[in-house]
Design a protein around this ligand. Structure first.
Ligand code: HEM
Length: 109
C-alpha cells in the first residue's frame, strides 16, 4: 500500500496569506514525479493552527527519489520574480510519515 508524508508547517497568522499565495503559484512539478499519488494543502480550521502539506506516494522509495532532487526544484520556484527566494512563510516544519492501512473511495455508478 501507499505511504503518506505530511509536512507540518507552523505559520504565523500574518504569514498565512503569503504561504497560500506561494502554494497557489507553486512549481507544479510534483505531479510529474514517478510514484506521486496525491497532494493537498490543508488550511487549519479547528483543533490545530498548523497547515498540513499532505502528499501520498506509491512507496517510500518513490518519496525518497523525489526528496533527493526534484523536491529542491519544487521549492525554489513558486511566484518569485527571480532572484533570491523570499524568507519562508513558515516558521517551523516537521515531516510526519504514515503507511496507508485501509482506504475507501465512493462507489461509482
Ligand atoms: C523546510 C521544510 C519545508 C517548507 C518550509 C516548505 C514550504 C513550502 C512552500 C512555501 C511551498 C510552495 C512553493 C514554494 O514557495 O516553494 C512548498 C511546495 C511544496 N512542498 Fe514544501 N516545504 C518544506 C518541505 C517539504 C517536504 C518535506 C515535503 C514533503 C512531504 C513538501 C511538500 C511540498 C509539495 C508537494 C509542494 C508542491 C511542489 C510542486 O508543486 O511541485 N515540502 N513547500
Amino acid at each position: 500500500m501507499s505511504v503518506v508524508k505530511i509536512n507540518v508547517l507552523t505559520v504565523p497568522e500574518e504569514q498565512r496569506e503569503v504561504l497560500e499565495k506561494r502554494f497557489a503559484s507553486r512549481a507544479g512539478v510534483v505531479e510529474s514525479q514517478d510514484g506521486f499519488e496525491w497532494f493537498e494543502l490543508l488550511r487549519p480550521v479547528e483543533g490545530t493552527d498548523q497547515y498540513l502539506v499532505y502528499t501520498r506516494w506509491r512507496s517510500e522509495e518513490d518519496f525518497r527519489n523525489w526528496m533527493s532532487g526534484p523536491m529542491q526544484a519544487a521549492h525554489r520556484g513558486g511566484g518569485g520574480e527571480g532572484g533570491e527566494r523570499p524568507r519562508p512563510a513558515a516558521s517551523d516544519s516537521t515531516v510526519w510519515s504514515f503507511e496507508v492501512v485501509q482506504q475507501a473511495a465512493p462507489k461509482t455508478g
